[in-house]
Design a protein around this ligand. Structure first.
Ligand code: AMP
Ligand code: GLY
Length: 436
């Protein structure tokens, strides 16, 4: 089989790597890929991956057995719809279904309609009306852009002044007619849960935690994600199963009933409040860096599972994959100097040999913002590589991942030293076979 992956980050390197390890796969191709992906895939450099017609034309001509969409932009542009219309098996939701991520107001409607717990919210197109509403609340609300704001669309203010400033700033830079959401602020621990969804059927994968701030102990600016780990000792397989029943299944059922069946991976950001888990957001794709820690823990055939999703075969999907028991993964991102505001490109990268299909760990290296230059690799973007350690415990996995970063040379590189460190005390160290 020949499989095309769309995207060029470490998430897509991990996807291509995992697909290439499936027996039935003869060739993985990737567009646009990055400096490291030639280790696992054939690069297609000139495909405009957010242009639905161009992608569908190319894929139909090449007769791919599967196209896997990594990032959100092609999903929001309707690339999955065009591929499906050209009879190309595609893993990734339609434009309508991807609104679970691209429109927070739509996600909220679906959550309310399916009775899934979520924070109360109200939508506004006008700054003054929004500010008046915010001031009427006792606690300043979370302010969320209802458009794809490239990770800069959520502000969690501590004062009413900050809330008003955020409302004005967000609406100032908003596309015409755009609205923002004011949402009740929730307290608790955050966790991300992932499941494959095919119409009304759900195959839960696992929970993962990521680290969004640049610096140790959650200091510094927000980033795309500086590291992560899976599984989560305090949100094990039993909790994931419960989330599948109480969150993913009602949403999947509702989407199917409304004529926008979801096909792909669904990522729910949860807040574990005193009243139970509440949904903060959905994403219509794997997270980055969550994919880098989840995919190495996946048993079975990812290709078969994704082809089953594409064909609307929920039973096939459920039977094709599961999570490996008694194993853990920790991923640590190495970022360029200046990331996230103004990443400096061009630095020479050493000690970061990209993982190929024969590389089963325990130390994996997934490339993101890299290019091949002369006799080695150079940084070409903000997040440069993710090192992933696989072990029997989070502690072991963590040690292996940091062995990777210690051997990596890039002048001025930034990385967090505390990924998964909070899990290293007492019993949290052990990943029980059941993952509880
Ligand atoms: P989102 O893009 O919706 O995941 O929001 C980004 C981050 O903002 C989340 O990871 C949370 O840390 C925070 N956040 C979002 N919504 C809420 C909420 N209702 N209460 C508290 N924090 C929130
Ligand atoms: N790591 C967060 C995301 O991919 O959205």
């Amino acid at each position: 089989m020949r499989v095309l992956v769309l995207g060029g980050g470490a998430r897509e390197h991990a996807l291509a790597w995992r697909l290439a390890r499936d027996e039935e796969v003869d060739e993985v191709l990737i567009a646009p890929g990055n400096g490291g992906t030639p280790a696992v895939a054939t690069t297609i450099a000139d495909l405009p991956i957010t242009d639905p017609a161009a992608v569908a034309r190319h894929a139909a001509r090449e007769r791919y057995d599967l196209v896997v969409i990594g990032p959100e932009a092609p999903l929001a542009a309707g690339v999955a719809d065009a591929l499906a219309a050209a009879s190309v098996p595609v893993f990734g939701p339609s434009q309508g279904a991807a609104r679970l991520e691209s429109s927070k107001a739509f996600a909220k409607e679906m959550l309310l309609a399916s009775g899934v717990p979520t924070a109360r919210s109200a939508a506004f197109g006008d700054a003054e009306a929004a500010i008046a509403h915010a001031r009427s609340l006792e606690r300043p609300p979370v302010v969320k852009a209802d458009w794809l704001a490239a990770g800069k669309g959520v502000v969690v203010p501590d004062t009413h002044e900050e809330a008003a400033d955020a409302i004005r700033a967000l609406l100032d830079g908003a596309p015409r007619g755009a609205r923002l959401l004011l949402e009740e602020r929730l307290d608790g621990r955050e966790v991300s849960v992932f499941a494959l969804v095919s119409g009304s059927q759900v195959a839960p994968l696992a929970a993962a935690c990521d680290y969004k701030r640049l610096g140790d102990r959650d200091s510094g600016p927000n980033t795309g994600g500086m590291g992560g780990y899976a599984p989560v000792p305090w949100f094990g397989s039993a909790a994931v199963e419960r989330a599948a029943e109480s969150i993913f299944e009602p949403i999947a059922w509702r989407m199917a009933r409304d004529g926008t069946p979801y096909r792909g991976v669904l990522y729910a950001g949860l807040m574990l409040t005193e009243a139970g888990p509440q949904v903060l957001e959905f994403n219509a794709r794997f997270g980055d860096p969550e994919a880098q820690v989840l995919l190495p823990l996946l048993d079975g055939s990812l290709t078969e599972a994704m082809r089953a999703v594409a064909a609307g075969d929920g039973t096939g999907m459920r039977e094709a994959v599961g999570m490996r028991a008694g194993a853990a993964a920790v991923g640590v991102v190495v970022a360029a100097p200046g990331y996230p505001d103004a990443p400096l490109a061009g630095g020479r990268l050493g000690g970061a040999e990209p993982s190929g299909p024969d590389d089963g760990g325990p130390l994996l290296c997934f490339h993101a913002g890299t290019r091949q230059g002369g006799d080695g690799y150079a940084a070409s973007g903000g997040r440069v590589v993710t090192f992933v350690g696989i072990g029997g415990t989070l502690a072991e996995a963590r040690q292996i991942a940091y062995r990777g970063t210690a051997g990596c040379t890039l002048e001025g590189a930034q990385r967090r030293e505390d990924i998964a460190a909070r899990e290293l005390s007492g019993e949290a160290l052990q990943v029980s076979p059941a993952g509880r």
